[in-house]
Design a protein around this ligand. Structure first.
Ligand SMILES: [Ca+2]
Ligand SMILES: [Ca+2]
Length: 508
């Protein structure tokens, strides 16, 4: 059944909305709701199901004040949204409006944990043109409530501000313990700040100011790909965090990002010389914390800047972050343009633990092709075949603790500093720590990327790590650690699988 405009030609905002008032009940099944201010607004604690429906071409653009949730706005209750498409909805703040939130979906603070499954949320927009005012959640905006997204696709949404801040081109999770799981795909979303920024999270932004408790948002077994955080046409001061996933300043969280592909995301400031960019894949602003980034494939993300600092093509952990990154494969990321540090990973906080990762084929125009370590811990990690133009092809070690790594086969431009350790360690890391091994790790070398960088049965990295301190109890595959006498180096703990017909030994 269609709920649509009687006006011709039709335009978004022609009529009001379908409203579930307090104490009402009901459902939508097979509905098309279009050209309203909001498609659906739910303000009842009775469980509403929206199934097999399309919410499209609605727009909340008030003359004055905040704008929110043009596709779906939930004020109360715990509901189910299943097999439903929410697209081409827009919100834009009016005069004096502090916020534009949730181009597609806005879930208000008193609502329960609504489940979204098998949904598509695309081409929705949240924008704020008011001077110095902010916008969040191009696709979905979530604060103080804990929804669940399963097998949803959130793509091509955008959030923009003229001179204010922007958060989450695809999804914004404020103080929220939301769960994003089961093959949810967040891709092609953008967060753009036209003039000043900062912009947080082309795909997802986590955290907000002044959270009284530490929420535990989870992103697992999903994909965050090809999202962008960037400048608009007139930027004069650009600060950008997390092309894929960003954490807001000083946000204490227990977030977990695991088993997820984080690929092809970009954080880019290409229009002025004074900007600051942190994290093509994941960027954590100063003082933010998370539980762990574990068992992810983080590949082909990039950061660039036309003059200011560029940190961490794959992961940027800025200042006083508290987080463990473990069992990740960090592959082919790049920090390009500007003074750049850390093609794969940049870390400069005392509680940033980089343990049992495999970091290969990353590059930077600056220092630290694999890792730029200024503080924190780097251990049990493989840093192989990375490149830096300036110095430290493998690891640029400016501080922190490093050991039990294999930093091997990295290169830098020998024209610039031919006295370094053939590019593998630079600065304080030359000579390398005595606990390191320095040898070809003997990767399997064929198959998909995760398979290719597993260790062969005769790898010298087997049992060459440490089992002391903050070390993981499993590997990327879920194999228990340690096997044998000690932890292996890298994201893989080799498990010998004996197959008797035909007789063969394989490693995983
Ligand atoms: Ca072992
Ligand atoms: Ca394994």
């Amino acid at each position: 059944m269609p709920f649509t405009s009687q006006i011709s030609p039709t335009a978004c905002g022609d009529w009001g909305r379908l409203y579930f008032s307090p104490n009402s009940a009901g459902y939508l099944d097979g509905a098309i709701v279009e050209y309203g201010v909001h498609a659906v607004e739910i303000n009842t604690t009775n469980r509403i199901t929206i199934a097999n429906s399309t919410l499209r071409h609605n727009c909340h653009k008030p003359a004055a004040g905040d704008a929110w949730g043009a596709g779906l706005a939930i004020h109360a209750g715990t509901h189910l949204v299943t097999n439903t498409i929410i697209h081409d909805n827009q919100v834009e703040a009016g005069i004096g409006g502090n916020w534009a939130q949730g181009g597609g979906v806005e879930i208000k603070p008193l609502a329960g944990p609504t489940v979204f499954e098998n949904c598509e949320v695309y081409l929705n927009v949240a924008g704020n043109l008011q001077s110095g005012k902010d916008a969040a959640g191009g696709g979905l905006n979530v604060q103080w409530t804990d929804p669940i997204l399963r097998n949803c696709e959130v793509y091509s949404n955008s959030v923009y501000a003229e001179t204010g801040r922007v958060f989450g081109g695809g999804v914004y999770l404020g103080e929220s313990s939301a769960v994003i799981e089961a093959g949810t795909r967040i891709h092609g979303n953008t967060a753009t700040s036209a003039w000043y920024g900062p912009a947080y999270g082309g795909g997802v932004c986590i955290g907000e100011a002044g959270m009284p408790v530490s929420p535990r948002p989870v992103i697992r077994d999903s994909q965050v790909t090809s999202n962008t955080a960037t400048t608009g046409p007139g930027s004069t001061l650009g600060i950008f965090y997390g092309g894929g996933i960003a954490f807001y300043d000083n946000s204490s969280t227990r977030a977990i990002v695991s088993g997820t592909l984080i690929a092809g995301n970009v954080a880019l400031n290409n229009l002025n010389a004074s900007g600051f960019v942190c994290g093509g894949g994941i960027g954590m602003a100063s003082g933010a914390s998370a539980d762990r980034f574990a068992g992810n494939l983080i590949r082909d993300n990039s950061t660039g800047n036309s003059g200011g600092l560029v940190l961490g093509g794959g992961i940027c952990l800025l200042s006083t972050n508290d987080v463990t990154a473990t069992n990740n494969l960090i592959l082919g990321n790049e920090a390009f343009m500007g003074p750049a540090r850390g093609g794969g990973v940049y870390a400069d906080g005392p509680r940033s633990y980089l343990v049992n990762n495999t970091i290969v084929n990353n590059s930077t125009i600056g220092e630290g092709g694999g890792v730029y370590l200024a503080n924190g811990v780097l251990s049990n990690t493989l840093v192989v075949d990375n490149y830096a133009y300036l110095d430290g092809g493998g690891v640029y070690w400016a501080g922190g603790s490093a050991g039990y790594n294999d930093v091997w086969g990295n290169t830098f431009d020998s024209q610039i500093d031919p006295l370094e350790d053939v590019g593998n360690y630079a600065a304080g890391g030359s000579p390398r720590p005595a606990t390191d091994v320095y040898t070809d790790p003997l990767f399997i070398g064929s198959g998909d990327p995760a398979t290719r960088y597993h260790l062969r049965l005769n790898s010298p990295c087997i049992d060459a790590g440490t089992s002391m301190g903050l070390v993981p109890g499993q590997d990327y595959d879920g194999d228990p650690r340690p096997r044998g006498s000690r932890h292996d180096i890298g994201f893989d703990e080799v498990r010998v699988r004996r197959t008797y017909l035909p007789l063969a030994l394989r490693s995983y």
